[in-house]
Ligand binder design. Structure first.
Ligand SMILES: Cc1cc2nc3c(=O)[nH]c(=O)nc-3n(C[C@H](O)[C@H](O)[C@H](O)COP(=O)(O)OP(=O)(O)OC[C@H]3O[C@@H](n4cnc5c(N)ncnc54)[C@H](O)[C@@H]3O)c2cc1C
Length: 694
């Protein structure tokens, strides 16, 4: 892209207006439960969340004639609507150049290990359809004159399967899907937060009968917290990732996800050890990833201490100006932190260096008006003295301008526009940033149709734990679309959501409401603020990119204690809006204990460094080197190959989080379909593997 792109085109890709929601349908009845007048809404299926994944599931169900409603904490909140980067990425099969091979793509998607092989294939083979259907709905993915999709390479992507509409790809996805949901008249309940899943039955017979929500619109004198009952046999959890778990986070504000909600309902979670961390601007300002061209423009990175003194800290890590500059560039497509990239003077030394500066109380900036300062004793920065891959890329991109801001302007003018929208002019001022938590790869354990272990409960998008240790950039958005569609197909085939639920579950709902209210107190030392700061500080400081056995074990003990205190004393609230947050923070405290339990068992059993985390250990085999000498305090354990073949599962039993392990589900690459043989399974719906519970 060049500066010749007219401003109105740039504006249309950065300022994405959302459609107006239709008026809400009223409740079908009201019942008095636990002393409260509770409105009852009835549906065949309730989708929890209106991000790209939830909207996809709702649209696909409605098209199949199901009775589906969407409830959402915030219609255009969440990660899909509010997050992005320089070129926010969709990962789909490569339709241009040499075409693609879905099996090879599946191998690439699961290459980090701890991922179900069938899931990887589902995502790969489903990607073409999901992309075509988004284009059909109006998603403006860029094409060449003959209709091939424009592609590039992103992290964990050797082939170049990435494509993008610009910085706001996922918001544009939400827009086109929401417009379709409105066209199809899918009922939408905004400002509606799911707080408790209602179930009936025991053991394997347990199934969903409804979900309790808190709704600003239903607050009355008789129902001060706005508790509403959604009677339904099927729910799709599409509530996104647990962004609030970490203090240092690039998620938008108010992303709680549904891990705690799911745990309380007996739903199993998987791969909670796996996350993504990388550089970006934090949610206190404008949360945005600094991947792609932001770093490929090679700005100067420095820190400022409490006395206002600048530090050229990267010079302590890299041996030459060329090495330093080339690794800053590589953060563009090696964006997430990865322990092994700290070795051999690789690009994750940049993340380590930045997080060490931040931990030491220094603020870190990127200056687009300065080229990197030289490493002492070495030559100054020059576009001629860069590693070959970097020099070639910048050459091909025509980015030979003298200053980083001009290179950025040339390669991606939208990247600058975007920050301007939030009153940050990176062409004039340095940009403060940090290493942040960005994505939860794990989540609710699902099968290849998005089904959880609880009958009637599906999970899609970031709520589902479908990713392994690594994921190619753009695979999250793809997975949400593919599984949104798959869950809808399965629900529709089961016939359970064709009509609104009619059953009477008032006894179960009453017990649920009583339970909910008993955990909310007018008086308790445990305020939302206190729980938030404790959970977020612990997660960022003890479960970030650098971990070790004893601090994770200590953090787990503290997390357990916090949950015991919450069970004993409840969470304090004043206004009704605080009560919703009180429930969500109770859920977050539980989710945090679940993550730490999984991490603790992984490290205690000898698990090594992989994905987002370096497991530091004085006896570790891997030692990152810096120009100033070996970084002994970051000596880390190598990944153990056996861990790639399995996943850690956690569930709540009573008050205890119970971890266990299971093997990855396999996929037989040699199996071939045969039309006449396999057609009947499709025609009769046998492909859905429906059971009596579905
Ligand atoms: C800065 C950043 C950049 C990213 N870049 C990329 C990228 O380039 N490519 C890629 O593939 N992925 C990227 N991701 C990840 C990707 O954006 C998310 O994984 C994806 O958007 C999640 O979509 P979702 O529909 O599952 O959840 P979300 O979009 O987060 O939607 C969740 C929805 O649930 C609602 N909700 C939450 N809790 C409740 C509740 N209890 N009750 C009712 N409603 C609830 C929310 O209001 C929201 O509507 C990025 C993430 C970040 C933070």
């Amino acid at each position: 892209m060049t500066t010749a792109v007219p401003q109105e085109i740039l504006d249309a890709l950065t300022d994405v207006d959302m459609p107006k929601l239709p008026p809400e349908a009223g409740p079908s009845e009201a019942v008095r439960l636990a002393g409260i007048e509770v409105p009852v809404y009835r549906a065949g299926c309730v989708v929890v969340g209106s991000g790209a994944a939830g909207l996809r599931a709702a649209v696909e169900m409605k098209r199949r004639g199901d009775d589906v409603v969407i409830i959402s904490q915030s219609a255009w909140g969440g990660t899909s609507a509010c997050s992005g980067s320089d070129k926010q990425t969709l990962h789909t099969a490569n339709t241009a150049d040499q075409g693609d091979n879905y099996k090879a793509m599946a191998r690439a998607i699961r290459s980090g290990g701890a991922m179900d092989e069938d899931t990887a294939y589902v995502e790969a083979v489903g990607s073409s359809r999901m992309m075509a259907s988004l284009q059909f709905l109006g998603l403006p993915l860029p094409q060449d004159p003959l209709g091939g999709t424009l592609r590039y390479q992103t992290d964990h992507d050797e082939v170049g399967r990435a494509t993008s509409c610009g910085p706001r790809t996922s918001r544009l996805m939400v827009k086109v899907l929401a417009e379709e949901a409105i066209r199809l008249a899918v009922p939408f309940y905004n400002q509606t937060t799911a707080v408790k899943i209602l179930t009936e039955g025991e053991g394997a017979d347990r199934h969903v009968v409804g979900i309790l929500a808190m709704r600003a619109g239903d607050r009355t004198e008789e129902n001060p917290l706005g508790i509403a009952l959604y009677a339904t046999d099927v729910i799709v959890l599409a509530a996104g990732g647990p962004g609030e778990l970490y203090r240092d986070s690039v998620y938008p504000n108010g992303c709680f996800g549904s891990l705690g909600l799911a745990l309380e309902a007996g739903v199993e979670l998987v791969n909670l050890t796996e996350s993504q961390f990388g550089i970006g601007t934090r949610r206190e300002g404008f949360p945005w990833n600094l991947s792609g061209t932001y770093v490929q423009a090679i700005p100067h990175i420095y820190s400022v201490d409490a006395d206002g003194i600048e530090h050229h800290f990267l010079k302590r890590y890299y041996r030459s100006t060329q090495e330093l500059a080339s690794n800053v560039f590589r953060k563009g497509y090696q964006w997430p932190f990865h322990a092994t990239r700290m070795l051999d003077f690789g690009s994750s030394l940049v993340d380590l260096a930045i997080s060490s500066e931040t931990a030491a109380g220094r603020r870190v900036f990127m200056d687009f008006n300065r080229n990197p300062l030289p490493v002492p004793g070495d030559l100054p920065f020059s576009l001629e003295r860069l590693d070959e891959d970097v020099r070639l890329y910048l050459g091909k991109a025509g980015a030979g301008q003298e200053m980083p801001i001009d290179r950025l302007k040339h390669m991606n003018a939208l990247a600058i526009e975007l920050y301007r929208r939030y009153k940050i002019d990176i062409a004039a001022d340095p940009l403060e940033f940090a290493v942040n938590n960005q994505h939860m790869n794990g989540g609710i354990m699902v099968d290849t149709w998005g089904r959880s272990n609880l009958a009637g409960c599906y999970a899609v998008g970031e709520a589902a734990g479908t990713h392994g240790v690594t994921r190619p950039g753009g695979a999250a958005l793809n997975a949400g679309q593919v599984f949104g569609t798959r869950a809808a197909e399965h629900i529709s085939a089961s016939g359970r959501a064709k009509r609104a639920a009619t059953g009477d579950m008032s006894g179960i709902a009453e017990a649920g409401i009583a339970d909910l209210l008993s955990a909310l107190r007018a008086e308790s030392s445990l305020t939302v603020k206190a729980i938030r700061s404790e959970v977020q500080a612990r997660m960022s400081e003890k479960a970030g990119i650098i971990c070790d056995q004893s601090s994770v074990a200590r953090a787990l003990i503290e997390a357990r204690q916090l949950n015991a205190d919450i069970r004993a004393d409840g969470v304090a609230y004043g206004r009704a809006a605080e009560a919703v947050r009180g429930v969500q923070w109770r859920h977050m405290a539980l989710a945090s204990e679940a993550v730490l339990s999984a991490l603790d068992v992984f490290i205690r059993d000898g698990g090594g460094s992989r994905g987002a985390r370096a497991i530091c250990d004085a006896a570790g085999e891997s030692l990152p080197l810096a120009s100033a000498g070996p970084l002994e305090e970051y000596r880390f354990r190598r990944e153990r190959d056996a861990d790639r073949d399995e996943q850690i599962v956690v569930r709540l039993e009573g008050d205890q989080i119970r971890p266990s392990r299971r093997a990855n589900r396999p996929f037989d690459e040699s199996a071939r379909s045969f039309f006449e043989r396999d057609w009947p399974a499709w025609l009769t719906g046998r492909i859905y593997g429906l059971t009596a519970d579905d």
